[in-house]
Design a protein around this ligand. Structure first.
Ligand SMILES: C[S@@+](CC[C@H](N)C(=O)[O-])C[C@H]1O[C@@H](n2cnc3c(N)ncnc32)[C@H](O)[C@@H]1O
Length: 394
């Protein structure tokens, strides 16, 4: 048992009722005292100052840990959007879920190195739920924070409607939102709840806790086959609506691992996509090392595009990380490096087929702009319409 599993067990026992898996995952990741992201997987309590995110010492690593190529590509993307917006006097880059702050640090570094005029008009807004990770971000940006406009906020609620012009970016944010888990049983949709019985966490099926679960499947025109377990990310819907609300004009880039709806509900994923990470080991058991391991589910990009469209974000395009990098000229960026250099090895890692290059997708949406023809989308990984609901009877 961990301090957090004790806390969740007592909570269930005192309430006398099981909790939804989404509630369990929210506590496991974000409990204010013991959650994985609140304590860095318990590192904060044991005096370990390392981060939970990283190639060495962490539990998992992300594209910004591999190399600054994502940041360099993002700078090219920001320049392109800046031109489309006709160089506004204030250009905002809002990053949500910046983790250790590597991506934003490398973006500012790249802009400073290239001496871009855009930097003088740049306002950075970092949206971070975890006060623990915010300290890493403050440290990463300490050289810049007194010289430019960098603001931290805990959520998007504190921003006014249509409050800025620019770009909203996230990398591996949506996969960290707590998800509801559902299972089709005898042609009825059931939700997975978590109970605590005889000293163990046990799963329990019951009626869905919210109409949103069935409504999501209906909106996507999906009929789950009997026996299939999957995840429904209701939080992602609210997030997409909030992004649409706060952006006045600009582009939204959502980078994460995930699928079109058709692939999300494919029979090859009949047990869903929930995964846990601990010291670079992957498991599917969310009931061990509670608060000490990361928990994540793949992203349904069709649902994000659908909700965004209704909320005022038009779909610009959908691609994978490999094509995104190629479109933004990663080949030119590595051209000066030797074949055996760390930079070329990092580029290969980011582009790897069946690795980050194709597992990670990039959803691009825009608001207040004519349909932009972005370089990042010039190599097409998917046909137009790939995100549209296709009747899925997996
Ligand atoms: C998997 S980490 C990714 C970190 C970073 N973007 C990277 O690529 O290395 C998820 C990040 O999202 C943050 N996060 C999760 N839910 C959030 C929310 N609702 N609001 C703001 N930040 C959130 C976490 O605290 C963490 O910083």
């Amino acid at each position: 048992m961990t301090p957090l599993s004790d806390k969740i067990a007592s909570w269930i026992q005192e309430a006398g009722t099981p909790i939804t898996f989404a509630r369990f995952m929210d506590m496991a990741l974000y409990d204010p005292d013991h959650g994985y992201y609140t304590t860095g997987g318990n590192r904060a309590r044991t005096g370990d100052s390392s981060s939970p995110i990283g190639m060495e010492g962490g539990d998992f690593y992300t594209a910004p840990c591999v190399s600054p190529f994502l940041a360099k590509s993002l700078v090219r993307q920001l320049q392109e959007v800046d031109a489309l917006l006709e160089n506004p006097p204030e250009f905002t880059l809002l990053e949500m879920g910046p983790g250790e702050g590597r991506l934003i640090h490398d973006v500012i570094d790249e802009m400073a190195t290239q001496d871009l005029g855009l930097l003088s008009r740049l306002t950075v807004i970092l949206v971070e739920r975890s006060p623990y990770l915010r300290t890493f971000q403050e440290q990463a940006l300490s050289a810049y924070s007194s010289r430019m406009k960098i603001h931290w906020i805990a959520d998007l609620d504190s921003l006014d409607a249509e409050s800025f012009v620019g770009v909203v970016v996230s990398n591996e944010l949506v996969d960290a939102f707590p998800v509801h888990r559902v299972r089709m049983e005898s042609e009825c949709l059931k939700e997975i709840y978590v109970n605590y019985v005889d000293g163990q966490f046990v799963e329990h099926l019951d009626e869905p806790s919210t109409d949103e679960l069935l409504n999501t499947l209906k909106a996507l025109d999906v009929e789950l086959p009997d026996g299939m377990t999957t995840e429904i990310n209701v939080n992602a819907v609210g997030w997409m609506q909030q992004v649409a609300r706060v952006l006045r004009r600009g582009v939204v880039l959502t980078i994460d691992y995930g699928h079109t709806s058709q692939d999300y509900f494919s029979p090859t994923r009949k047990d869903g996509t929930l995964m846990c990470y601990y010291r670079h080991t992957v498991t599917t058991n969310p009931y061990e090392r509670i608060g000490e391991q990361d928990m994540t589910a793949h992203v349904n990009f069709s649902r994000l595009a659908q909700v965004g469209d209704t909320a005022g974000l038009t779909l610009t395009g959908f691609t994978n990380l490999m094509h995104f990098f190629m479109g933004l000229g990663i080949d030119e960026m590595v051209a000066g490096y030797a074949q055996e250099s760390e930079e070329v090895k990092a580029a290969i890692e980011l582009l790897r087929h069946q690795g980050m290059g194709t597992t990670f997708k990039v959803l691009v949406q825009h608001k207040g702009l004519e349909a932009p023809n972005l370089q990042a989308l010039k190599h097409r990984a998917f046909f137009d319409g790939a995100l549209m609901p296709v009747r899925c009877q997996a």
